[in-house]
Design a binder for this molecule. Structure first.
Ligand SMILES: Nc1ncnc2c1ncn2[C@@H]1O[C@H](COP(=O)(O)OP(=O)(O)O)[C@@H](O)[C@H]1O
Ligand SMILES: [Mg+2]
Length: 291
């Protein structure tokens, strides 16, 4: 199926390797380097919006950090990129999210396929109660992968910087690994189904500083192959690893019941957000005066 523009098939519209556009081509049309376009997105649980009217572009091969105080909707927002909110019955999305130009929420789009292309790693490492090998092989097996599984397992563990530590004990249970190793295992498991994007929701918050450093180094290595979106409450981490930062905060919606919803305050290159923010609320947050 070719890219005809009508009923864009998400599969057909996503080349594995997207060509870089030249500066001349770039000017009139949206940049090819944009992987997600979020337009006026509101996500509500029941009638309560958790994030309101968010508009931003996510760029390919960048690390985009989502920061802001607890409850401002970072987890809700990151879940819009792989339709994980679909799994929460009360959640409802308004606005549009496109992925390589195709409507991510279009009728033809299979959310399971979306989640294969847009993988996710959570706050608490959550390996399956299986061997290291079977954790990585799980996704490819479910997808009916017919190739060489050993190669996929080794390749995924190498990309997640875990191979050298586990190559002699692939049949051991994943729970025997340290927390940091388990989190790299979860990253390897996400990589094993060959995604294009990896979402990470506070992936280091359960880890010690050394394990955190390893994951941060790993993210920098991974961005050559993948696009990464990370939620972090650790501002130093956002400043260290990300290319671009989105700062969210909560605003009171209703004085009556003190109901708050999340708003995107500022989105820019990380250096700008941290060194020269344009909104005083961002400045207060990144300098630690708030939150
Ligand atoms: N599954 C859910 N059902 C109902 N409300 C939710 C759910 N998940 C989150 N919320 C609410 O949405 C708001 C944003 O939460 P969340 O996205 O988890 O924020 P953050 O990750 O920034 O702490 C909060 O008010 C939270 O209580
Ligand atoms: Mg959260």
């Amino acid at each position: 199926m070719s890219d005809t523009g009508t009923q864009v098939n998400i599969e057909a519209s996503m080349p594995t390797v997207s060509p870089k556009t030249s500066a001349a081509e770039k000017a009139p049309t949206p940049s090819r380097d944009v992987i997600f376009e979020v337009r006026d997105v509101t996500v509500s649980y029941g009638s309560r919006p958790a994030i309101k009217n968010v508009t931003l572009d996510v760029f390919e091969h960048e690390i985009t950090a989502l920061i802001g105080p607890s409850g401002c909707g970072k987890s809700t927002f990151i879940r819009t990129f792989n339709r994980m909110n679909d799994l929460i019955p009360s959640a409802r999305l308004e606005g549009t999210v496109t992925y390589r130009g195709a409507d991510l929420y279009g009728r033809d789009v299979d959310p399971v396929e979306v989640r294969r292309r847009v993988g996710m790693v959570f706050q608490k490492p959550n390996p399956f109660p299986k061997s290291i090998y079977d954790n990585i092989a799980f996704g490819p097996r479910v997808n009916g992968f017919k190739g060489n599984l050993d190669e996929v397992v080794e390749g995924s563990l190498r990309k997640a910087a875990l191979w050298d530590e586990v190559k002699g004990k692939l049949r051991d249970g994943a729970y025997g690994l340290s927390g940091g190793q388990q989190q790299r295992l979860c990253i390897a498991r996400a990589i094993a189904v060959d995604p294009e994007v990896i979402l990470m929701d506070e992936p280091c918050s359960a880890l010690d500083p050394i394990a955190t450093g390893r994951i941060e180094d790993l993210m920098r290595e991974l961005q050559e192959r993948f696009t990464i979106i990370i939620v972090t409450h650790n501002m130093q981490q956002a400043a260290r690893v990300s290319d671009r930062t989105a700062f969210f905060t909560t605003e009171v919606e209703s004085e009556e019941n003190d109901f708050r919803s999340g708003k995107l305050v500022e989105y820019d290159l990380t250096e700008t957000v941290f060194k020269n923010p344009s909104d005083p609320r961002t400045e207060d947050y990144v300098t630690g005066r708030f939150g």
